[in-house]
Design a protein around this ligand. Sequence first.
Ligand SMILES: Nc1nc2c(ncn2[C@@H]2O[C@H](COP(=O)(O)OP(=O)(O)OP(=O)(O)O)[C@@H](O)[C@H]2O)c(=O)[nH]1
Ligand SMILES: [Mg+2]
Ligand SMILES: [Zn+2]
Length: 310
Amino acid sequence: MKQEGLVIKSTGSRYRVLYGDLRVAECAIKGKFRVRGGLKTTNPVAVGDRVLFEFEPGTAAGIITDLLDRKNYILRRASNLSKQVQILAANVDHVFLMVTISHPLTQPEFIDRFLISAEAYRIPAGLIINKTDLYTAGDTEKMEHMISVYEKIGYKCYRLSVREQIGLEPLIDCLKGKISLIAGNSGVGKTTLLNTLNPELNLKTAKISDYHKQGKHITTFPEMHSLPFGGYLIDSPGIKGFGMVDMQRNEIYHFFPEIFRISENCKFYNCLHLDEPGCAVRLAVEEGDIDPLRYRSYLNIIEDENRKYR
Ligand SMILES: Nc1nc2c(ncn2[C@@H]2O[C@H](COP(=O)(O)OP(=O)(O)OP(=O)(O)O)[C@@H](O)[C@H]2O)c(=O)[nH]1
Ligand SMILES: [Mg+2]
Ligand SMILES: [Zn+2]
């Protein structure tokens, strides 16, 4: 008898599937498994997928037989050099990037690369700024500035000290009943947040070394955890390659919502907002309506795309 389940963990060829009344089955994929749409990835099934599976007669081993339609999915490169892509997660309602202003510092461009990927996938994104307990007055000022920039664009921002359990409530409201994914540099506190939201999890976290002031990628496979107030949170390892959707050079600005809005007023319809005459975007940067760091991220990402084709 086939049953429906939700994939909550995938490590290579093994899948953990949640079904029924919070029961768990360890499953494999057998034989030819047809993936609709001809998407070529190294993993046919990912965390967040809804599947049909059945038990092998007389055993507790499950076999996944069908993949149900996906609402969306997030890809990443299997490795930095490879052309192969992997599905990081599927059916995600929200993505969050956890950042820190210090211990370690998250680079603005890294934030923007994450956000444009979320835009490309059309998944609502937000920022979680963690470790506020460690911030100097200067750090706090930087944080507030950053929040004003991103909230003006339309991204929700959450100030958090997971350690001191400050600021959790608004975030919990947003996670409730949804499937969310959290990404961020190693050592920012993603797993610590999960453990705090669901103390039963008791997941492994890391002491970050004082010398490097950064983490060591303790979490290696994306894994989905249920939340006691309803919903699931996917703890995703690092985020190298999260932003690896292929984008055309002339569509990158579509994924910077504030640049896209203003680009309507550019003189040329095919303006790339570099140094074209009558560019409304450059004017907005000069007048302070577009944040200069956001614009710089845009230029750097365009430059990267140029390099690819040289
Ligand atoms: N001071 C302070 N430290 C925190 C806070 N949240 C997490 N940490 C510490 O930061 C370190 C790294 O936390 P993890 O939760 O392992 O980080 P991670 O983001 O899961 O890292 P990876 O799994 O490597 O991607 C641990 O020593 C945590 O105790 C916080 O709010 N304040
Ligand atoms: Mg972790
Ligand atoms: Zn322009």
